[in-house]
Design a protein around this ligand. Structure first.
Ligand code: GLU
Length: 307
């Protein structure tokens, strides 16, 4: 089979404006795709409606434009993709890999051990709901799913899903399709060949590969970039009060993002503007220079040494 044309994507959740941490993921995915001569898509991950901040998606897109990052095709919003997610659930159900679960968070917390991300679901509802219990969420089975992959930056990752995560939720009690399901369905349907994103999602990847295997779709090449953390080791996010990328500081933000990713842009580029930065960065992008760490401290300019 012919290899498909390279295609990357940036998939922000619209929970706030673009900040340095998400800019790094945007820049890394953009350059990785463009340096391969590939397309780069933008997808708004607004599937988790309770977390969506009105206006944030537009704000992110305007900032990407101001950064000179032009995407291919039209922007897909996950909130419009319910039918596709539903169809994927039907397929898993047909394979008897999906089952309803009646457990509350509390019940799970009382009977489960901690895994790589929260509690490992102990499989209570796997062989059917106890009499008079009502389905709250839908889970996918993970027995025997030992999933390994080679990340282009972080190296080999292997999870025994049943032990490390447990059967995980694809459709929540509050009628929301989960990120793990939506991202797999969308990456497959959009023909994404290269997923370059923050390493906070490294531990989600084996779950996504498990779903790809079940749904019979291709597994993309994964590259997980270091995430930016503050001096306390917290990921930059709205919760840690990361500052937005201000449109009047685009050039310096792009230069900082390139350096954060281990690239070595010459200082003169700063005076030459956005187009010159992209021209240099696309021609000189080196994935092997990206630091092979999960997290890196980012100290915003002007705050070094401040107490
Ligand atoms: N929407 C996720 C986020 O903003 C990224 C998902 C992905 O790149 O797979 O953290």
């Amino acid at each position: 089979m012919l290899n498909p044309a390279p295609r990357g994507r940036f998939a922000p959740s619209p929970t706030g404006p673009l900040h340095f941490g998400s800019l790094v993921a945007a820049v890394g995915s953009y350059l990785d795709a463009r340096a391969r001569g590939g397309e780069w898509l933008v997808r708004i991950e607004d599937v988790d409606t309770p977390r969506v901040v009105p206006g944030a998606a537009d704000d992110i897109l305007r900032t990407l434009e101001a950064c000179g990052m032009a995407w291919d095709g039209s922007v897909v919003h996950q909130s419009t993709r319910g039918d596709a997610y539903h169809a994927a659930l039907q397929e898993l159900r047909r394979q008897a890999m999906l089952y309803p679960c009646a457990c509350s968070r509390r019940e799970i917390a009382d009977s489960a051990v901690a895994g790589i991300e929260g509690y490992v679901y102990p499989g209570t509802c796997r062989s059917g709901l106890a009499h008079s219990r009502e389905a709250r969420a839908w889970r996918v089975r993970t027995e025997g799913a030992v999933i390994a992959f080679d990340d282009a930056i972080q190296g080999r990752v292997e999870h025994d899903l049943e032990k490390d995560v447990g059967d995980f939720v694809l459709y929540r009690a509050d009628a929301v399709y989960t990120y793990q399901l939506a991202v797999v369905v969308d990456d497959a349907e959009q023909g994404i060949t290269h997923v370059t994103r923050g390493s906070d999602l490294l531990d989600s990847t084996p779950r996504q590969i498990h779903l790809q295997n079940l749904l019979g779709v291709r597994t993309p090449v994964y590259a997980h970039l270091p995430v930016a953390v503050n001096a306390q080791g917290q990921k930059l996010s709205k919760q840690t009060l990361a500052k937005p990328v201000y449109r009047e500081h685009i050039v310096s933000s792009l230069m900082l993002a390139l350096r954060f990713l281990g690239q070595q842009p010459p200082g003169e580029l700063e005076g030459e503007g956005v187009d010159a930065i992209w021209e240099w960065a696309t021609q000189n992008w080196r994935l092997d220079r990206v630091p092979r760490v999960r997290a890196q401290v980012f100290v915003p300019a002007g705050t070094e040494g401040r107490k």
